[in-house]
Design a protein around this ligand. Structure first.
Ligand SMILES: [Zn+2]
Length: 333
């Protein structure tokens, strides 16, 4: 017996009678974390306690919540049990482990194996079938050490302030903002946050994270502060209009790509990411020791090929023909 799965804007697992990370409304779904591309308006959802709290702040409407702490196992159906483990991506992000007659299925959602200043440490439980995100699944995506990148971000901020300009760091409101805010703590630079990020930072505090002092953005007193706000492509309420003398930097794993500053229309780009890089992805597979791997997102086909070259039974999921290949392929061992 093998796990049957289907991917279409979410992962459908028939044996569990449940969607994982569906982006549309479903009767029942497990949500790995509170980023908007992993959640829909579900009638019933299962997630970690921090994810439930973050979703209440981000997703209006009522729903039935089943809050499942890390490491606690519950029955999902008569045939399948579920356990969540920390995924190291953002606060509350979870690896989803399903156990049933076909063995163990581990779905990563988004994850980061390197330690993060604003997420729990990623677990690496063993599994028979691993379904993993491969956003940065090419060998060229190996991030420098976080300490090195943070040093450069601090230097960028100090130089901008010394020039009489306001350093503006473009960070997604949930996860990246809190990581960068904590990273700035030793530098002692005063920080202003966009209001969307500020609300979410307060939730991190409720879960025990400690941040350096920060304030709501105020155009009149912004001089001498570092501003953290969402990238201009996202809604940032025209905040940049109020900061004529600024130096801007994008904080993203994609900063490794050439032309990142041009693409993000900013002065600098720094590769601090809340995703696994190529080395993390390989290491994760080696720790989980799956019999089969299915890859999702980003360079899924390329990474599956890389794994096959290293002797793993690995296939990209997300297109029907690839799914057929995956299910028809012989298992490793
Ligand atoms: Zn995410």
């Amino acid at each position: 017996m093998t796990w049957q799965v289907k991917f279409r804007k979410g992962l459908w697992v028939p044996l569990a009678d449940c969607w994982l990370d569906a982006q549309f409304s479903t009767p029942r779904a497990v949500v790995s974390h509170a980023h908007s591309d992993h959640v829909g308006r579900h009638k019933e959802l299962i997630c970690s306690p921090p994810t439930a709290r973050l979703l209440r702040a981000r997703l209006p409407g009522r729903r039935i919540e089943h809050v499942l702490p890390y490491g606690q196992t519950e029955a999902l159906t008569a045939e399948v049990a579920i356990t969540l483990h920390p995924a190291g991506h953002i606060l509350g992000s979870s690896l989803i482990e399903l156990r049933g007659a076909p063995g163990t299925l581990l779905y990563t959602g988004d994850f980061k194996l390197r330690s993060s200043l604003a997420a729990e440490t990623c677990a690496t439980p063993r599994a028979d079938l691993l379904i993993m995100e491969t956003t940065f699944g090419l060998p060229k995506y190996v991030f420098p050490a976080d300490a090195e990148v943070i040093g450069k971000i601090v230097a960028f901020c100090r130089e901008a302030v010394a020039e009489g300009r306001v350093p503006v760091l473009f960070c997604y409101s949930l996860g990246k903002t809190q990581e960068v805010l904590r990273a700035l703590q030793p530098a002692g630079l005063p920080v202003m946050l966009h209001d969307s990020a500020l609300r979410l930072t307060r939730i991190y505090e409720q879960f025990g994270y400690i941040f350096p002092p920060y304030r709501d953005f105020d155009a009149n007193t912004v001089g001498g502060h570092v501003v953290i706000c969402p990238p201009p492509q996202q809604k940032n309420n025209g905040l940049l209009r109020h900061i004529p003398a600024r130096r801007t930097a994008m904080i993203s794993g994609w900063a490794l790509d050439s032309g990142a500053t041009y693409r993000y229309r900013c002065d600098a780009a720094f590769p601090l990411s809340d995703h696994a890089d190529f080395n993390d992805l390989i290491q994760f597979v080696e720790k989980v020791q799956p019999r089969q791997v299915l890859t999702l997102h980003g360079f899924a086909r390329e990474f599956a090929r890389t794994l096959r070259e290293r002797g793993w039974d690995a296939w990209a999921l997300g297109q029907e023909n690839q799914l057929d290949l995956a299910l028809g392929a012989p298992a490793r061992n």
